[in-house]
Design a protein around this ligand. Structure first.
Ligand code: TYC
Length: 102
């Protein structure tokens, strides 16, 4: 936007463009081998869910194939994916955790 000053000059007024950062869903994927208890534990440990909510999400993933654990900025989502994947691998489970843009 340009605004005319008293002396006739034009002043360019920059409008601050503050865009919300892109957000990413972190999802758990179903598989046939990871124990249900372990998935509930992961949801409690890495996504701060109550045991009750973690159990609901686990069953949703079990029935539907995938489920959202949370929505975060890119770096937070990527860290969750890494931590969950590393923990599952370390515990010998094939549990998959992925992110996708919201
Ligand atoms: N399908 C698994 C079972 O029957 C349980 C499970 C739930 C695995 C959610 C992964 O993300 C998952 N033991």
């Amino acid at each position: 936007m340009a605004r005319r000053q008293r002396d006739g000059t034009l002043l360019e007024v920059e409008k601050a463009k503050v865009k919300a950062p892109p957000m990413f869903k972190v999802l758990l994927l179903n598989d046939d081998y990871t124990p249900m208890d372990f998935v509930v534990l992961v949801l409690q440990k890495f996504f701060s869910m109550s045991r009750e909510n973690a159990t609901l999400i686990m069953f949703k993933v079990h029935r539907e194939g995938a489920g959202v654990c949370g929505v975060y900025p890119r770096d937070v989502a990527a860290t969750k994916v890494e931590l969950v994947s590393a923990y599952a691998r370390q515990c010998g489970h094939p549990l998959r955790c992925v992110m996708e843009e919201n």
